[in-house]
Ligand binder design. Sequence first.
Ligand SMILES: [Mn+2]
Length: 424
Amino acid sequence: MLLDSYKIAAHNDDLLKSHSNKLNFTLSEIANAEAIIQKLIDFQIAIPSWALGTGGTRFGRFAGGGEPRSLEEKIEDVGLLHALNNASGAISLHIPWDIPQNYNEIKALAAQHNLKFDAVNSNTFQDQADSKYSYRYGSLQNVNKAIRKQAVDHNIEVIKHGIELGSDSLTVWLADGSNFPGQLNFRNAYENTLESLQEIYEALPADWKLFLEYKSAEPNFYSTTVADWGQSYSYVQKLGDKAKTLVDLGHHLPNANIEQIVSLLLMENKLGGFHFNDSKYGDDDLTAGALKPYQLFLIFNELVEGMDTRGMNHAKDLGWMIDASHNIKDPLEDLLQSVEAIMIAYAQALSVDRKALVQAQAENDVVRAQEILQNAFRTDVRALVAEARLRSGAALRPVELYRQLNVRKELIGERGLKTMATGL
Ligand SMILES: [Mn+2]
């Protein structure tokens, strides 16, 4: 379904007075508000093709109805989000769950919704029906050369799909590791993985990037072959300039200082992209900002500081994506909430008085430094985020409008109640 722009305009008209009051107050509180609004308008967060249906755990999955049945319907869903918030202007495809049948038709459909194709994602964590070998004991790390080759060839095929769609990066996440002590020789697993990654890297076009995502545990519970940022860094440094580390917020051991990781990776010019979600225990894949909004702000604070130091374009030079699972919420509402939380954290980070912070740090004024950060975090920037949407033709309150328009009911009417999108 397509949202009529007059419905968005009518929604905004109704809310305009109350929005203007809030905005005027915010403008009086934040010195660089106009520059922040402009940056918010430019900032886009990709939606992965696997996030549009309900997710699940190994215990069960409870579909909510109206889930997209095809890649075309997934693109339409991301188009809906983008129409509502003008901040979800890209889709990230997972191969082989979402192999395009006709590139031109898919590209035309995406263009109709003002969507670009973000990083393409390979999958060597599952066996496919037509694959010759199993990844039961790993893919790029496998002791069997023929299995490694199958996994390398798959990644190269994913790059080819991406080239056809106009994507410019490949994300590699490996489930490789071991479940029991003694199962693997760690060094051999590393060396096999490096050799496989080098073969994939060779197939990258000149203007592409390879993102190597790390994860501390799961599905393997004793060792993971790319387990943390140091291990990912060790690989990408050997691979070359086009290889970067990808940080997924849920892929750390408890209490890891993710903002420090981000800062150092940026310093080394090895941060490539980001997967947003939130967690309490492990890779919980909950809505971004749902549990630890202060941590999300501190991460953005380092992102902004580090990108500005390197003269990077916030919107274009790193890959931004949501990687969450929507087990009990309507996936589209959940994604709107995640994008909103990310935009708020980004706006707060942009509002930090950086000059004052540098001075406080130079003077070892710990109290002042804390005041500066917490002041930015506690300032309500929601009116700036809403204003960015208003100026780009999106909705002042996306979730509210989504509900008023009964979007899910319409989607169930179109697609049926018992549809289930491909994904986990
Ligand atoms: Mn991820």
